[in-house]
Design a protein around this ligand. Structure first.
Ligand code: B12
Ligand code: SF4
Length: 467
């Protein structure tokens, strides 16, 4: 059957498509699961024309999948589902993505027949085959009728080898857009996943809960096969924490070397993981580790322990030295707390100026659905608008007036971008991670300064309880 998979566009996103626009790897995984049995098209609304134009020039699909990649996408994905229903009234629609995987909230009002939670390939393949055979699909794990979505259960404790069981992502489906996807200094860029899950338990993070702290690893041969399938040299590794198993990472580095791949890697790593095995960092730098994203979060012990981060500020400093000694650029993310006063912003600004972070970034402490923080603070939130869960808005009460808070946040970003930064100023790279040298960053700052306008009165819609 003809399956149309749609990735939404969010024009209101503060981290706009002009600052980062990555390939929809989740949909390529789904395409991989359907390959050979169904005719799949991925329609990326960030780059492709509106669905109406597509409908005028293409045969109608037999099944439509609409992605809800983030909580912030709920509104735009709902609009996509309604537009799809208007254009193709009789075609079944299935929803899936990170948001419905971790939450049943804000899912009212979609035009949809089915919903998927968790890795979607097997569920989608089952759905397509049953529909094609003219049968009424029986619910399987991770798949439920849209109307009974509160009963949706995903695999919460996947087995460690589960990633090997997933078919290879079908990258041919987006070959026509290959040059259009970029992330910061990586233009073009391809996304790849070596592992999933994390054994740590940070309070603001949903990723460890997705796998119940299990660390799922792909076989080295499988990683190499996926790399061989990618033409470009810039790889953004989307693992939650890539270096949890140092021995395996050394093996992988050797295998990459032996296979003759010459790639530039951007990867996520904890500071303590890096410090535990400097030899692994040195070896990865030899095979192409170009930059890392570390969650520095804070330079105070109190805040770090409140987040259950399990690291300390000294580790951040030492890890920065380690990365720099190996020529690896560091993007460090810092959490801004809504209850901060002027002096707290000044402290972080000072930290960023003083630490030699190449590419600082800042997230407002956000109770993302599926986190312990969310579960314990849901009733205290100052807004119920899913679009505000973007890490650039305050969902907890601020102690500064809201307008002042957003101005301080924008000032932090502006100050960080104005610094000369050690690792990235050489060559054509911009000095701060996401920020392009055109007007996109200025637009982001303007939107952050206007953040208070987004805060609407608390109007909770009647929602089913969170799973
Ligand atoms: C890469 C990435 C990005 C990239 C872009 C990704 C892209 N392709 O466009 C960038 C850096 C731009 C980004 C931005 C943001 N991100 Co981000 N990102 C990720 C990351 C690290 C990997 C995503 C990925 O490719 N995963 C691998 C795929 C294979 O896994 P998957 O999503 O689970 O897909 C499976 C299922 O969900 C399902 N499925 C998925 N889609 C569909 C659709 C259908 C129809 C079906 C049936 C099934 C299905 O099947 C898939 C295959 O098995 C995730 C963390 C993570 N581990 O997922 C965060 C993550 C998704 N991001 C997150 C956030 C918050 C954001 C931002 C909102 C905030 C920010 N300041 O960064 C912005 C939003 C940008 C925007 N413009 O809207 C959060 C989302 C939490 C939430 N509840 O919203 C995550 C989970 C990280 C976190 N902090 O916890 N992100
Ligand atoms: S924030 Fe990073 S280290 Fe903490 S649980 Fe999430 S993935 Fe693991």
């Amino acid at each position: 059957m003809r399956v149309l998979l749609v990735w939404p566009r969010n024009e209101r996103a503060l981290l706009s498509d002009r600052l980062s626009c990555c390939e929809p790897l989740p949909l390529e995984y789904l395409g991989g699961a359907l390959r050979g049995d169904h005719d799949v098209t991925i329609h990326d609304l960030r780059l492709d024309p509106p669905l109406e134009t597509y409908a005028q020039t293409h045969e109608p699909p037999d099944l439509i999948g609409v992605a809800i990649p983030y909580t912030t996408s709920v509104h735009v994905s709902r609009e996509v589902s309604r537009e799809a229903r208007r254009l193709w009234p009789d075609v079944p629609i299935v929803l899936g993505g990170h948001h419905p995987t971790v939450s049943a909230e804000w899912l009212n009002g979609f035009s949809a027949d089915w919903i998927v939670a968790g890795e979607g390939g097997a569920a989608l393949s089952h759905l397509a085959c049953e529909l094609e055979a003219g049968r009424s699909p029986s619910p399987v794990q991770g798949l439920a009728p849209y109307d009974s979505r509160t009963g949706l259960e995903r695999d919460r404790r996947p087995k460690p080898a589960a990633l090997n069981d997933l078919p290879m992502p079908d990258r041919s489906l987006l070959s026509h857009h290959r040059g259009d996807y970029f992330h910061s200094v990586y233009r073009p860029v391809s996304l790849i996943r070596f592992t999933a899950g994390c054994p740590y338990t940070c309070k603001f993070c949903s990723l460890w809960r997705m796998t119940d702290r299990r660390y799922l690893v792909k076989d080295i041969d499988r990683v190499l096969a996926e790399m061989a399938d990618i033409e470009g040299s810039n790889l953004y590794v989307v693992d939650d924490e890539a270096f949890i198993q140092p021995g395996r990472m050394l093996e992988l580095a050797d295998a990459i070397d032996k296979a003759g791949f010459r790639k530039r890697f951007h990867m996520y790593i904890r500071t303590d993981t890096a410090l535990r095995r400097p030899d692994v960092i040195a070896r990865w730098a030899e095979v192409g580790l170009d930059s890392v994203l570390v969650g520095a979060e804070s330079m105070t012990d109190d805040e770090l322990s409140g987040y259950r981060k399990g690291t300390d500020p000294g580790q951040t400093r030492r890890a920065l030295d380690l990365f720099h000694a190996n020529g690896v650029k560091v993007r460090a993310n810092f959490i801004v707390q809504p209850n901060w006063l002027d002096e707290d912003f000044a402290r972080l600004n000072h930290t960023v100026q003083e630490l030699q972070v190449d590419m600082p970034s800042f997230s407002v402490l956000t109770p993302l659905p599926g986190t312990d923080l969310y579960d314990e603070s849901r009733s205290q939130l100052i807004s119920d608008d899913p679009e505000l869960f973007d890490c650039y808005h305050a969902l907890f009460p601020t102690r500064l007036p809201l307008e002042t808070f957003y101005h301080r946040l924008a000032d932090l970003l502006a100050g960080a971008s104005a610094r000369s930064s050690p690792g990235v100023t050489s060559g054509a790279d911009p000095s701060v991670f996401y920020y392009s040298d055109d007007s996109a960053f200025d637009e982001m700052l303007r939107a952050i300064r206007g953040g208070a306008d987004w805060s609407r009165p608390w109007e909770p819609e009647p929602v089913p309880s969170t799973k």
